[in-house]
Design a binder for this molecule. Structure first.
Ligand code: SAM
Ligand code: SF4
Length: 326
């Protein structure tokens, strides 16, 4: 088992397949002309499978594929086929632009739940946020998932002045559709112009929801990152991922592998371990992984405190979100 110095056991690995993307979300990608990592520096198909297999032997039983945009990798289906044989829960986070090409392969590989990012229900605003005109395609693919009985969680990064006027519309969407909307507090990463006053907190979201709906708090699982709510009678639910105002580090069970094969013990850690190089050198991976897990900071990568007003984003040393893998 991969247990750290705070007695947290890690059974969940998030693997980024690429740092490239077909969208250009302003809060995620530092600038539109960002240089993506050349293919030879990324984990190759067989290396991803080898590393995943090794982690599974150490107690990982859930793997999420992410990126960048995982679906732009040409070997995506092959990776899914191989990982589906590891006896784990396999899932992914995607912008859904290309999901119609892969959905049936994912279903045949045992994937039951997909997280899809959608920050607005307005096509013109979608273009402004993602810098791509693909709202209708994403929407169609969300409904394609529902038709196929896939559990869909919609990730919405809320930001003051950008999409804070859509909280109620997203909750309304759960009335007739079994969608699980997750409002995410805006987080600081390299180059994303994070400011404390852009963050909409868990408290603010719930206060807004309560003005219109009677909402009920649902029970969260031990390792859940989100705080779940339901409007009675609605087919779906909504939740808040309160990383900034009320972090869930105490029960964190997650490890990360970046697309260039660096292991990160926390989304906010500035330390990384080059597992891909170690694999290519034929080194014993176990002591390297165990040390990385043991070095995990108690909270927020040891980089800041959950007092949003006092967070100085210029003092946080980390990659951009697109280069980490969300
Ligand atoms: N391209 C895929 C997608 O958009 O779903 C997967 C990668 S993306 C980096 C993973 C998640 O991170 C998305 O839900 C995205 O909205 C979220 N994300 C990116 N930057 C963020 C930020 N600064 N704060 C909070 N969430 C962020
Ligand atoms: Fe691409 Fe996802 Fe980042 Fe948007 S959030 S730029 S879709 S990786």
């Amino acid at each position: 088992m991969l247990t750290d110095n705070y007695n947290r056991t890690h059974n969940y690995l998030r693997i980024s397949l690429t740092d490239a993307c077909n969208f250009r979300c302003t809060y995620c990608m530092p600038n539109e002309d960002m240089l993506f990592t050349p293919a030879q520096h990324l984990m190759q198909t067989h290396e991803i499978i080898k590393l995943a297999h090794f982690f599974v032997q150490q107690g990982i039983d859930k793997i999420r594929l992410t990126g960048g945009e995982p679906l732009i990798r040409k070997d995506f289906d092959a990776i899914v086929t191989a990982l589906s044989k590891l006896g784990i829960t396999l899932t992914l986070t995607t912008n859904a632009r290309l999901l119609h090409h892969h959905l049936f392969h994912l279903i045949n590989s045992g994937v039951k739940s997909i997280n899809i990012s959608l920050d607005t229900l307005k096509p013109d605003r979608f273009l402004k946020i993602t810098r791509r005109n693909d709202f209708e395609k994403v929407k169609a693919n969300i409904f394609l998932c529902l038709e196929q009985a896939i559990r869909v969680k919609i990730n919405v990064v809320l930001m003051h002045g950008i999409n804070d006027d859509e909280i109620l519309d997203f909750i309304r969407l759960t009335k007739h559709h079994p969608l699980h909307v997750r409002f995410i507090e805006f987080m600081p990463f390299d180059g994303n112009q994070w400011q404390a006053d852009k963050v909409i907190t868990h408290y603010e979201i719930i206060a807004k929801a309560q003005q219109t709906f009677d909402i009920i708090k649902m029970k969260d699982a031990v390792n859940d990152t989100s705080k779940k709510y339901i409007v009675p009678g609605h087919a779906g639910t909504f939740a808040v991922i309160s990383t900034m105002s009320e972090p869930f580090c105490n029960s964190c069970n997650r490890l990360r592998l970046t697309a260039d094969g660096k292991m990160k013990n926390c989304l906010f850690s500035n330390g990384e371990v080059n597992l891909l190089q170690a694999l290519r050198n034929g080194q014993d991976l176990l002591p390297i992984i165990k040390l990385c897990v043991q070095q995990k900071a108690k909270a927020l990568g040891g980089q800041f405190l959950p007092e949003i007003k006092n967070v100085d984003a210029t003092k946080i040393s980390n990659r951009s979100m697109i280069k980490i893998g969300g």
